[in-house]
Design a protein around this ligand. Structure first.
Ligand code: PLP
Length: 373
């Protein structure tokens, strides 16, 4: 019988797409989840040269080229308080495939996966696709994920929990203490912690920390990507970092669904990771400036918004009807409920858009706020 699988029937197309499609062509788009900067020129050139030299024509090793994995390994030594040898890495088709591998390789049918709500839309969908049972956990008032709430949600049926810092859709950054707690929970409960670190470099206050730095067991898998750090969302290049046995299981999935990450993208990523990093600093400085303008605007309007400390999203609490009023006036923002039931009453505002658009959008938000009050 050509019926659809129950797993896929339970997954719907992301609510974010629906908002984009409903918006007119001239809309100011504050719904976007990708940086509005070009990919660094040296990364583009590395791909062009690899293509012209014929180096990117063939499959690479399933895990990715050794040169790329050495560049990722060196990146972890440079930027993080943990080391990952090249053999403990798989290059993937973006952070998305990395999340898919982590869940597919570790979650059995009906096992639970705990994740933040509101949280990145893929966590629920990929859990269902892996046959798992999604267990969203409400955030603290400051929109960070409370380790105590995660620990409370863990049962004998829990296979994994997901931590995302800096976070989409909230911009929240978890403290070092929280990350130590997540590591302890992974160790003590023998549950996998999937740490989604795709925004690790986009931090304005404090530092990025990873549970990988503190776990004593091998119960942490790190998911990362070039997408946000180097404005390379279209290249589709990410990776998973984990212990040998976990990498071996994830490779079983990766080699059949993907074979290898795109070869030209691997060359571009290697150049981005090992080349000059000032492009990242410039982008982060621009995001911080825009965030501050937005926060001032929200404060003027009387909208309560926890200060986002990273990524390029803000998540103010908004009055009922506000999001529709803003959308009707031609500014795309994403209703908080697109990210989970606890997102209701919030809107996600992306500031991966230039300052002129942000200023115009703030005028519209002001009108919308007055209209619903
Ligand atoms: N994780 C988070 C938190 C994200 O926001 C995104 C993309 O928006 C991803 C993972 C997936 O990133 P990629 O484009 O590398 O697949």
């Amino acid at each position: 019988m050509t019926d659809f699988s129950d797993r896929v029937e339970q997954v719907s197309i992301s609510g974010i797409r629906e908002v984009f499609e409903a918006a007119g062509e001239d809309a100011i788009n504050l719904g976007i989840g990708q940086p509005d900067f070009p990919t660094p020129e040296h990364a583009r050139q590395a791909a062009v040269e690899a293509i012209e030299d014929g180096q990117a024509d063939a499959y690479t090793s399933n895990k990715g080229t050794l040169d790329l994995r050495e560049a990722i390994s060196a990146k972890h030594d440079r930027d993080n308080d943990f080391s990952v040898p090249p053999e403990n890495l798989i290059a993937t088709a973006g952070g998305s495939e990395a999340l898919h591998l982590a869940l597919e390789a570790h979650v059995d049918l009906a096992e639970e996966v705990v994740y933040p709500d509101p949280g990145f839309v893929s966590y629920e969908a990929l859990t269902r696709i892996a046959g798992g049972d999604p267990k969203p956990v409400a955030l603290r008032e400051d929109l960070t994920l409370d380790p105590a709430a995660v620990e409370e949600a863990i049962t004998d049926e829990t296979a994994a929990f997901i931590v995302n810092s800096p976070a989409n859709p909230t911009g929240a950054v978890q403290s070092e203490e929280d990350m130590k707690e997540f590591a302890r929970i992974a160790d003590e409960h023998d549950v996998l912690c999937i740490s989604d670190e795709v925004y690790e470099h986009i931090v304005f206050e404090g530092d990025h920390h990873s549970p990988m730095s503190y776990a004593e067991s091998d119960n942490v898998v790190v998911v990362n990507a070039c997408s946000k750090t180097y404005s390379m969302t279209g290249w589709r290049l990410g990776w998973v970092a984990a212990s040998e046995r976990r990498i071996e299981r994830m490779l079983r999935v990766h080699q059949y669904v993907q074979a290898c990450a795109s070869a030209p993208a691997q060359f571009a990523a290697e150049a981005a990771l090992s080349g000059p990093q000032d492009c990242v600093d410039e982008m982060v400085a621009a995001f911080e400036e825009r965030r501050d303008v937005l926060l001032d605007g929200f404060a003027d309007m009387g909208l309560d918004c926890p200060t986002p400390q990273g990524a390029f999203y803000a998540m103010p609490k908004v009055p009922e009807g506000w999001t529709d009023e803003v959308l009707d006036r031609g500014v795309v923002v994403v209703p908080g409920e697109a990210f989970g039931d606890h997102g209701e009453g919030y809107a996600r505002i992306s500031y991966a858009t230039d300052m002129e658009q942000i200023e115009k959008a703030l005028d519209v938000m002001r009108e919308a706020t007055n209209a619903v009050r």
